[in-house]
Ligand binder design. Structure first.
Ligand SMILES: Nc1ncnc2c1ncn2[C@@H]1O[C@H](COP(=O)(O)OP(=O)(O)OP(=O)(O)O)[C@@H](O)[C@H]1O
Length: 470
């Protein structure tokens, strides 16, 4: 084994060379094994892992580049937390197809997207006629190899774009992925404007579930933004583009300034950060969903970065009058610069606002399209309550949950409550209240009203320079 000297974006690539492989019988030379071969290989992989040999003589496809055991430094720590060491046990479906060429099995169609290191086109299986997206990445860049490995590692979760197969030729990798024909979340956001709180909560919950999965699998995405969230034809969100993702072990600090300017967490700019950067970026997205514009702006990259480092957000007045205190509280917990106080994925998922809108009993509700259509119904003078923590605030939260949902409840009461479902509502509120933490407000969670927010809801999410990864 050796670490390649090539360093880019703060991480090395671990390359397992063929001559160093001890389990040659497990070498994967075919891209499509028979079921029998596959289960035999899987069994051997399992035995291999149980013997604790992982990391010694890895049964890896010659030339397969795996993600570093931990990003940033050449440490040889044990695998990242929760890491299914798929190295050497990559599902046959996603093995590198060294023997077959992609065009033997797929009809390549029109290009549907371009990325920094390649392009994406539609491809159709010659066997089944099913359509997929094929991302072709030019070899050479370390991040490209890492992207392939991390996608193999994460594929299988319903919120991650599924990787069906990987082909390789001299110049490129070809990643055959499920086709997300619903397009990018960014396009939906710019077409539809602000989201209702209910819709935003459902989306953020789905996103945070995927982020939690990534973190549990020892992966930090580092480029969460609506361009990288794709939608299926049925509207389900899928996290895509793991080009900047990196593996991490518990307690490890990452370095390397990467991300997309508008979404980048302040600690990334300082150069010492953890998986919490994904929560910050999801908070930026939540901000944009709720009020239709990004929180940190500037006419140059430097100014945007300065704003990210220094500007205090104000969730008071203006557009925030249409946003419930509970939603604003969650935002403040995701967008705090104090990393130790910033919510983890699990904390976001148990926040009252998320629970309120996404508890199973709520799923029977019609999802309201966008706030544009209900803004009059929700407009109400709300007191800013971003540091909601104390006992005295219990009733405020209860009220805010109730008040915020008025439009929803008005349809709920007419349609459901009369049918005797009011106990479900009480349950939801009880659950929400039980999750409110009782403690003194933390200074870091309170945002000082230094700069008034834009009064009108202008979307600046199309600003290319703010959304392009660096
Ligand atoms: N599975 C997919 N289904 C449908 N469209 C996809 C799929 N994957 C990517 N695309 C389209 O291709 C575009 C480029 O994809 P890619 O993953 O390269 O994103 P990118 O953010 O532009 O890449 P990079 O960060 O490497 O520059 C996406 O914005 C999207 O429109």
């Amino acid at each position: 084994m050796e670490y390649l000297g090539k360093k880019r974006k703060g991480a090395e690539v671990l390359v397992v060379r063929k001559k160093e492989l001890s389990l040659t019988s497990l070498e994967i030379s075919l891209s499509h094994l028979s079921l029998k071969d596959y289960s035999r290989r899987k069994r051997k992989c399992k035995e291999f892992i149980e013997k604790g040999d992982v990391g010694a003589g890895l049964n890896v496809v010659p030339g397969v580049v795996t993600a570093p055991p931990c990003g940033g430094s050449a440490c040889l720590d044990p695998p990242a937390r929760g890491l299914k060491r798929k190295i050497g046990c990559i599902d046959s479906a996603t093995q590198l197809g060294r023997k077959k060429k992609i065009d033997q099995e797929y009809e390549l169609g029109k290009v549907i997207g371009h990325g920094k290191f390649g392009y994406v086109m539609i491809c159709t299986s010659k066997v089944t006629g099913e359509q997929f997206a094929c991302k072709t990445l030019k070899k050479g860049e370390e991040t490209v190899h890492r992207e392939v490995e991390i996608m193999q590692h994460l594929s299988g979760h319903p919120g991650v774009v599924t990787l069906k197969a990987v082909y390789e030729d001299a110049e490129s990798f070809h990643l055959v992925m499920e086709l997300c024909s619903g397009g990018r979340l960014l396009d939906q956001m710019t077409n539809e404007g602000q989201y209702s709180e209910q819709r935003a909560a459902i989306l953020i919950k789905e996103l945070i579930l995927v982020i939690r999965y990534c973190h549990e699998m020892g992966v930090v995405h580092r480029d969460i933004k609506p361009e990288n969230i794709l939608l299926t034809s049925s509207g389900q969100m899928k996290l895509a583009d793991f080009g900047l993702a990196v593996r991490i072990v518990d307690g490890q600090s990452l370095t390397g300034v990467v991300g997309s300017p508008a979404y980048v967490a302040p600690e990334i700019l300082v150069g010492d950060y953890s998986e919490k950067v994904d929560i910050w970026s999801a908070g930026i997205l939540l901000h944009a969903l709720l009020v239709g514009f990004l929180p940190f702006q500037g006419d140059s990259l430097e100014n945007v970065f300065e704003a990210i480092k220094k500007d205090n957000l104000d969730f008071i007045g203006g557009v925030w009058e249409c946003v419930s205190p509970s939603a604003r509280d969650l935002l403040s917990c995701m967008l705090t610069r104090d990393v130790s106080n910033r919510f983890t994925a699990a904390e976001v998922l148990s926040h009252p606002w998320i629970l309120f809108y996404t508890e199973s009993t709520m799923k029977t509700h019609k999802i309201l399209p966008s706030r544009k259509k209900q803004v009059n119904m929700t407009s109400r003078q709300l007191t800013a309550n971003t540091g909601v923590e104390s006992e005295r605030n219990r009733s405020t939260i209860l009220n805010s949950l109730y008040d915020d949902s008025r439009p929803t409840f008005s349809s709920y009461t007419s349609e459901k409550m009369l049918e005797g479902e009011d106990s479900a509502l009480v349950d939801i509120l009880a659950v929400a209240i039980s999750h409110v933490r009782i403690s003194e407000p933390k200074r870091s969670r309170l945002w000082n009203p230094v700069r008034p927010m834009q009064a009108e809801c202008s979307s600046n999410m199309k600003a290319g320079s703010l959304c392009t990864a660096f």
